[in-house]
Ligand binder design. Structure first.
Ligand code: CO8
Length: 257
């Protein structure tokens, strides 16, 4: 499979997957998610890869699910496709993943960050879950992994208001591992990834699996629960209105139905 919307490179046991769809602020359209899923399958089975860096552009990591593509989807379609608005394959990636985040990481973009293991953020990074403002809710872990990372009350504050938090707030809250100047972002991520990748590949897999196990059983149930509720929002007129209003650049008129 050749890739148009992502760029993948491998150097010294570290793979870098860069989301590269700048014209739509790296919104996660179906093609991009398919490309990421295919690349992750290949990287995971590549014995020359021991760690992965996931990054985006200078101004935006990823502005979430593609609202323009998503707006026409029906309840029946999203259930049939088990649609999540994100690349949920990343959550199952067996090797350590380091996120290198500059600019916006919103909605599905923030969920990608939440699926990563170490998060390096530039000072410009902004995290948030604006799904509520377009009449839906996270479908790929936002209501489950974010509270695990930053606690219930901080997560409620973000998810219910739709507001963004900057890198400093995200580091204090526990979503970000460390903040670096923009020009040092990739170098820092590379250095962290190289340290990780210098260790035993099978042991890294076990270590990651074991750390994730701390929350795995309730998380898997929570994720299935979340997916169903998220898909239910496609039965609401307000979900359609929210997404159409975004595309038409106007305030949504929610009718509570
Ligand atoms: N989808 C599609 N297109 C987008 C998206 C998006 N998420 N975000 C931005 N774009 C497009 C804009 O429409 C615009 O296109 P055009 O030039 O054709 O008008 C272009 O990118 C540039 O965007 P802006 O002009 O808005 O750029 P600004 O710098 O003014 O603002 C923001 C940047 C703040 C990031 C703003 O674009 C924004 O708020 N974007 C939407 C963010 C959002 O709501 N994300 C969450 C989406 S829902 C989700 O991720 C999870 C859904 C859960 C599962 C859902 C499944 C259905």
């Amino acid at each position: 499979m050749s890739y148009e919307l992502i760029d993948v490179s491998i150097e010294a046991k570290v793979a870098i997957l860069r989301i590269d769809r700048p014209r739509a602020l790296n919104a996660l359209c179906d093609q991009l998610v398919d490309e990421m899923t295919d690349a992750l399958d290949g990287l995971e089975s590549n014995p020359d890869v021991s760690a992965l860096i996931l990054t985006g552009g200078d101004e935006v990591f990823a502005a979430g699910a593609d609202l323009k593509e998503m707006t026409g989807k029906t309840f029946v379609e999203v259930v049939a496709q088990n649609f999540s608005g994100c690349c949920h394959r990343l959550a199952k990636f067996e090797l350590p993943v380091i996120a290198a985040v500059a600019g916006y990481a919103l909605g599905g973009g923030c969920e990608l960050v939440e699926m990563c293991d170490i998060v390096i953020a530039a000072e410009s990074a902004k995290f948030g879950h604006p799904e509520i403002s377009v009449g839906t809710m996270p479908g790929a872990g936002g209501t489950q992994r974010l509270p695990l990372a930053i606690g219930k009350h901080k997560a409620m504050d973000l998810l219910l208001s739709g507001r963004m938090m900057d890198a400093k707030e995200a580091e204090l809250a526990g979503l970000v591992s460390r903040i670096v100047p923009r020009e040092e972002l990739l170098e820092t991520a590379r250095s962290v990834a190289q340290t990780v990748a210098s260790y035993s590949r099978p042991v890294l897999k076990l270590l990651k699996q074991s750390i994730l196990q701390a929350h795995a059983i309730p998380l898997s149930e929570g994720l299935a629960f979340e997916r169903k509720l998220f898909q239910m929002t496609f039965g609401f007129d307000d979900r359609k209105e929210g997404m159409e209003a975004f595309i038409e650049k106007r305030k949504p008129r929610f009718l509570n139905r």
